[in-house]
Design a protein around this ligand. Structure first.
Ligand code: ADP
Ligand code: MG
Length: 256
């Protein structure tokens, strides 16, 4: 899967806030087409890692490369247009926007003609708009959101809103998908469905995935590799089996 998907290389990444080192020289590599989990207790630096990867935070030092591209210091939209999409730990949808329009937002970086042109130069813009609608419908089908397309995103149960976020990220046609606690707050049934969806994204679409997750069962089921953070430091790195048996990891989780 994903022969043309580049590897993500995080090298000696350090992020300091006033008086606090949120990440301390963290390194890991996400192999092309794999699911790579980043786990660790609360405050370990997982979301900070995502915020640097997506350009929301600036690294104090270190680098992030995606294939031949240096992501370090790029703005969020520049990183997104290289094919790196993310979801947020807390829902970032506009509640009154319909599911269809929320998904369509993910298409915007792909719109060549732009909004003004879309109103003026009909034939090409209309073809493009039709293609976007078609893709939104496909993603809605893939994620199981099709029955809700016309409803305001905010009217859906929490678990479905999380799926809209995932769907919107997929609409960006990413090569790398960053998922921050995708099943947090979901029911057991929604978790199971989301887990097979994520497996399908990797296998069916050949997209690499970095998964921040609290649910260890989910990590063990889905991840090819795991990086464990604790207090901003990498304390373990390996297969799910390896890290699960690592005494430093057991200590970090028991100490919570
Ligand atoms: P996790 O996602 O693993 O729970 P975070 O990456 O959110 O952890 O946080 C790591 C540490 O960095 C925490 O101590 C947190 O309070 C701190 N932190 C995160 N973002 C900021 C910020 N914008 N300003 C100051 N401190 C921050
Ligand atoms: Mg977090």
């Amino acid at each position: 899967a994903g022969a043309d998907v580049p590897a993500l290389r995080v090298n000696d990444l350090t992020v300091r806030f006033a008086g606090l080192t949120a990440l301390d020289a963290v390194s890991f590599t996400v192999e092309p087409g794999s699911v790579h989990a980043v786990i660790g207790p609360n405050g370990a630096g997982k979301s900070t890692t995502f915020n640097v990867l997506s350009g929301v935070y600036r690294a104090t030092s270190g680098s992030v490369r995606f294939g031949d591209e240096e992501l370090t210091g790029l703005a969020p939209h520049a990183i997104a247009s290289l094919g790196v999409a993310r979801t947020f730990q807390n829902i970032a949808l506009s509640p009154y926007t319909t599911v269809a329009d929320s998904l369509m937002l993910g298409r915007h970086r792909l719109t060549r003609t732009g909004y003004l042109a879309a109103g003026l130069r009909l034939p090409r813009a209309a073809r493009e708009a039709a293609r976007h609608r078609e893709r939104v419908r496909e993603i809605a089908e893939f994620t199981g959101l099709e029955p809700y397309l016309d409803q305001p995103a905010g009217s859906l149960p929490y678990g479905l809103q999380k799926l809209v976020e995932l769907g919107r990220a997929l609409c960006m046609e990413p090569r790398l998908l960053l998922l921050d606690e995708p099943v947090a707050g979901m029911t057991a049934d929604e978790r199971r469905r989301t887990a097979s969806l994520i497996a399908g994204v990797r296998e069916g679409l050949g997209i690499s995935i970095v998964l921040v997750e609290h649910d260890m069962g989910m990590v063990m089921r889905l991840a090819d590799a795991v990086t464990v953070l604790d207090f901003g430091r990498r304390i373990a790195d390996g297969t799910p089996d390896e890290v699960q048996r690592d005494p430093a990891v057991v200590r970090a989780y028991l100490g919570q």
